[in-house]
Design a protein around this ligand. Structure first.
Ligand code: FEO
Length: 388
């Protein structure tokens, strides 16, 4: 694939990872891309690089525009290796290039690659002229690493926010309107839920810091570039980072002998009867990273698990661990499950809800196989609580 000119003199020169299916536990069935951008100005500038294994692909694309040895400036917006992996290699082509990164980026790059280059460290809102254009830097610590920063070009109205506003999509299309909003917004929600979610306060700060900027393009480091749906994705980031949950329930469970499954069905029907949108997600069919996309805007998080060996089924334990790390706030939890004799699964689920600071609905547990009478009691009790 050729480089793509996204604006006059500014090119996408990244790499497409069609085979990526798992990004440290986040299932990425649509693959991903690592976006690097080349700006042809008096100082030829490269914004971010790609994963090390794709170095050749990026250098080939750059070479179709300019000899890589002519690069004068490299901006490293983020140290994580999907964006900095090719940095040591590209610097061998242009050893005298100025490397711009944040203060934490400088520390992080040295911890990854040793003392491989003299950095120019920028601070928030510092600017750097590359000729006709200016690079303006916005530090965004913990969106989602301490080193993360965005680069803005006022003359072009382009924001390069690295991971923020990204989506894990491999495609030859480079713009949101070329793929269509459904897929792009779905993948953006999944990306937010699995990567950005813990950093709500920091996202709000970035939205505030960038709110005064005129933005015509948002060019993230994964997926497609935003040009037609910028207000929508900014509105969604604002909503997600304010933890605005909807009157919606998710019933997440695994089961051994269908008993907890019967309870999951009964609990789902309670929400249906109350006209509360509900999704039932069986953990043997739904990957935890997809479950998190459904959790993103749900007020009620119901988790069901039978007791196995005095504990949880591994699928549910993994989900709870993941949920605790991503920590969506202000939700209402419901623990449920069947048991034979110990019944320890329920307090373990409750423990996670407590750690997350959730309000809870009354936990529901049934010994062995739930009989219709027992399911009916569950329906009655929870319906009464929800009606309050
Ligand atoms: Fe896409 Fe935080 O790396």
């Amino acid at each position: 694939m050729e480089p793509v000119e996204i604006k006059k003199g500014i090119y996408w020169v990244g790499a497409i990872d069609w085979d990526l299916k798992n990004f440290h536990g986040y299932q990425t069935l649509r693959g991903s891309s690592y976006n690097a951008y080349l700006i042809m100005d008096e100082k030829i500038t490269l914004i971010d690089t790609v994963k090390e294994a794709f170095t050749h692909e990026m250098i080939e694309r750059i070479s179709k525009i300019v000899d890589p040895s002519k690069i004068d400036v490299i901006v490293s917006n983020h140290v994580e290796m999907d964006h900095s992996g090719a940095l040591p290699q590209i610097l061998k082509y242009c050893p005298h290039a100025t490397l711009i990164t944040s203060p934490n980026g400088e520390k992080g790059l040295r911890k990854h690659y040793g003392n491989f280059h003299d950095d120019k460290v920028v601070t928030s809102f510092e600017t750097f002229s590359i000729g006709k254009r200016t690079l303006q830097f916005v530090l965004m610590p913990m969106v989602h690493w301490p080193d993360s920063m965005a680069t803005y070009i006022p003359e072009e109205k382009i924001l390069f926010p690295n991971d923020a506003f990204g989506q894990h999509i491999a495609s030859t299309e480079r713009f949101d309107d070329e793929i269509g909003p459904d897929i792009v917004l779905e993948e953006s929600a999944k990306y937010y839920a699995n990567i950005v979610l813990p950093f709500e306060r920091q996202v709000q700060k970035v939205l505030k810091d960038t709110s005064g900027l005129a933005i015509g393009l948002i060019a993230p480091s994964h997926g497609v570039i935003w040009r037609s749906h910028i207000p929508k994705i900014v509105e969604l980031y604002d909503k997600w980072s304010k933890n605005i949950a909807e009157e919606k329930a998710v019933v997440i469970y695994d089961t051994m002998w269908h008993s907890t499954e019967k309870m999951a069905h009964a609990i789902t029907s309670i929400f249906e009867d109350q006209n509360i949108p509900v999704e039932r997600l069986f953990l043997q069919d739904h990957h935890i990273s997809d479950v998190m996309t459904h959790v993103l805007n749900a007020k009620y998080i119901c988790v069901g698990c039978p007791t196995l060996n005095n504990g949880l089924l591994p699928t549910v334990a993994a989900f709870l661990c993941y949920l605790k790390g991503l920590a969506p706030k202000g939700r209402v939890g419901l623990a449920f499950g069947s048991y034979g004799w110990g019944g320890q699964s329920i307090p373990l689920i409750e423990e996670t809800f407590k750690a997350l600071g959730y309000e809870t609905l009354p936990s529901q547990k049934v010994q062995y196989v739930p009989q219709e009478m027992e399911l009916s009691v569950i329906r009655k009790e929870l319906s009464a609580v929800l009606k309050k």
